[in-house]
Design a protein. Structure first.
Lengths: 212, 135
């Protein structure tokens, strides 16, 4: 009674899917949880983006340290933004692969997404280091505080996403991610796309909007 | 056990016959995944995903070019940049996050969070609008 072994087709086992209509809400509990989480994350990041705008240019008359327009490197950040945008494409291709039962491509796209994410983080570390060398620290001025907190929190989210993706890749390598469990990839993908969407607004708010 | 085609049910999981597998016994537990749900429409094809990525890259290019325009009307630039960011957001949410085709309930949950954030922080920024928009 404790265990039942099922042998099915060539590529994927048969695992009875949870019927969403058997849950209290009539929808998948896991998907509902991630959507509620993402809704709360909207409020979370909204607070920091709004705070950035509130303090933007407020200490311009007595600004200590380097000015934002002298530090921000739009061409460099445009490249890292492009990389993050492309990671959303590879993420959704990973989901399409597992839905087809193509586990080899699933693993390739998961690794590609994680690689793009790591490239983005490497760019952020480089940027932070450059700013620090130029004299901008967390407490130097209002720009330093709002910039490092907002982009740093986003970077932390990307890092968590990379760990999540690599854990999915590891599960797939061990055979623990059959086609029927594609929802695990879909949920990780929703998180990843949300992080990408947040960066779309951060990139616009900090880098693209003219400072003066 | 993905590629081997064998799955071991979790201890204590309910065991039910699977009609689609000719009566094979499969595990059915609370932790089992959801395959396809009611209202869960067809996902886009990989070709459509790539097409959306191309559109996103083009909009990003226009955004970056716009940020270099020096018209003396920074409010116009700011509005244009946010409109383009919003278009990119809707493309990612609708196509990559499958909000177009997924169950409406998930969409509502997310929209409540987004609209809530928009209202709360919109009021906050409106109060201090002079520091946000400069003429």
């Amino acid at each position: 009674m404790a265990q039942a072994v099922v042998t099915s087709g060539e590529t994927s086992p048969v695992v009875a899917p949870e019927d969403p209509h058997q849950t209290n809400t009539g929808v998948s509990n896991n998907k509902l949880a991630i959507w509620v989480f993402l809704a709360s994350e909207s409020l979370f990041f909204g607070a920091f983006i709004a705070t950035y705008f509130l303090y933007r240019g407020r200490d311009i008359g007595f600004l200590k340290g380097p000015k934002p327009e002298d530090l921000l490197n739009i061409p460099f950040t445009s490249v890292t933004s492009f990389v993050l945008l492309m990671s959303s494409l590879t993420m959704v291709l990973a989901l399409a692969a597992i839905q087809r039962g193509d586990h080899r491509r699933l693993r390739i796209w998961l690794l590609a997404t994680a690689f793009f994410g790591m490239t983005f983080i490497a760019g952020q570390v480089y940027e932070f280091t450059q700013f620090y060398r130029e004299g901008l620290h967390l407490g130097t001025n209002l720009f330093g505080t709002t910039f490092f907190v907002l982009t740093g929190l986003h970077g932390a989210h990307v890092t968590i996403g990379i760990v999540w993706l690599l854990s999915l890749w590891g599960r797939s390598m061990q055979g623990g991610l059959p086609r029927e469990r594609h929802e695990a990839v879909e949920i990780a993908g929703l998180y990843w796309h949300f992080v990408d969407v947040v960066w779309i607004f951060i990139f616009t708010a900090i880098y693209l909007i003219p400072q003066h | 056990m993905t590629d081997q085609g064998t799955e071991v049910a979790e201890p204590g999981a309910a065991v039910v016959p699977a009609p689609e597998s000719g009566g094979a016994v499969v595990a059915h537990s609370d932790h089992a995944p959801v395959a396809h749900e009611a209202g869960h429409g067809d996902h886009p094809t990989p070709r459509q995903y790539v097409l959306i990525a191309v559109v996103l890259v083009v909009i990003t290019g226009v955004e970056i070019a716009t940020s270099y325009i020096d018209t003396g009307h920074s409010n116009l630039i700011i509005v244009a940049l946010f409109v383009m960011a919003a278009i990119k957001f809707f493309l990612v949410a609708a196509w990559y996050m499958h909000m177009r085709t997924d169950q409406a309930f998930f969409r509502r949950v997310f929209v409540v969070g987004m609209v809530g954030a928009g209202i709360v922080y919109g009021i906050l920024l409106f109060v201090f609008s002079s520091t946000v928009l400069k003429s």
